[in-house]
Design a binder for this molecule. Structure first.
Ligand SMILES: [Zn+2]
Length: 140
């Protein structure tokens, strides 16, 4: 999904909490979870191309001409990462805002994958699954 849409949905989610006294912190946490976790797209781009130009990384994903059907591990888009965030809520209750925005982000990404036919890559939603799949593919 386009980053601007994630940002807009993050703002919409944070608007639910506008009356809270710590709204700015809530806004930051929600924007971090709903918008900034897509930084893992750029991490993959940086690793693949050794190019640190954010704009070129953005265009790389917009053009979607890279690695069709390639299984891609986006570290912040995994069950394991989300589980860590949920566990952190036990110790830091404010992380609930962060986890809620991540959940919204995941739902938007899943809806995009369902409703768009331009699937440029296959997102792997588990680090464990990715490791097992890599090991199995190297065995043959
Ligand atoms: Zn995403």
């Amino acid at each position: 999904m386009l980053p601007i849409l994630h940002f807009i949905f993050s703002l919409l989610l944070s608007s639910l909490f506008i009356s809270k006294s710590n709204f700015l912190l809530i806004l930051l946490l929600i924007c971090a979870g709903g918008f900034l976790i897509d930084i893992d797209h750029y991490l993959i781009y940086f690793i693949k191309t050794k190019n640190f130009n954010l704009w070129k990384g953005y265009k790389f994903y917009l053009n979607a001409k890279h690695g069709r059907n390639e299984h891609v591990l986006q570290i912040f888009h995994t069950f394991e990462f989300f589980a860590l965030v949920l566990i952190s809520c036990l110790f830091f209750p404010m992380m609930l805002y962060f986890s809620a925005s991540i959940l919204l982000h995941y739902i938007l990404d899943i809806l995009e994958n369902i409703f768009t036919k331009n699937k440029d890559y296959v997102k792997v939603w588990s680090i464990l699954y990715f490791i097992i799949k890599k090991k199995n593919s190297q065995a043959f």
